[in-house]
Design a protein around this ligand. Structure first.
Ligand code: HBI
Length: 100
């Protein structure tokens, strides 16, 4: 099984990402997005959902109209792993296509 990153690995990985931070009160990383409207937010969600399914690695997320919050952790490993960093990187690419 993939091992959780240690504190230094996690900090170094966060620096390679765009807008991700330690999640409040849980062992995860998170990024919050704000889109022009619901359709744009949902288009982004759809793109991320397909990418997550392709990787068999899925976000914990919420959507309120044009806002999307995404938290990433590897449930099976009980922490943040390289799988989360790789998915965060893919999410950053998807977000960039939506002007984020
Ligand atoms: N997604 N974030 C996350 N963490 C997991 O451990 C995980 C997942 N998606 C699918 C998955 N594990 C499967 O390997 C099984 O646990 C169903």
């Amino acid at each position: 099984m993939t091992q959780p990153l240690d504190v230094d690995e996690r900090r170094a990985a966060l620096e390679t990402l765009s807008g991700w931070q330690e999640a409040d009160g849980r062992d995860a990383i998170e990024r919050r997005f704000r889109f022009a409207d619901f359709v744009e937010a949902f288009s982004f969600i759809s793109a991320v959902a397909l990418e997550a399914e392709r990787r068999d690695h899925h976000p914990d997320w919420s959507n309120v109209y044009n806002r999307v919050s995404i938290a990433l952790s590897t449930h099976d490993a009980g922490g943040v792993t390289e799988k989360d960093i790789a998915l965060a990187r893919a999410i950053d690419k998807a977000a960039a296509r939506f002007g984020q």
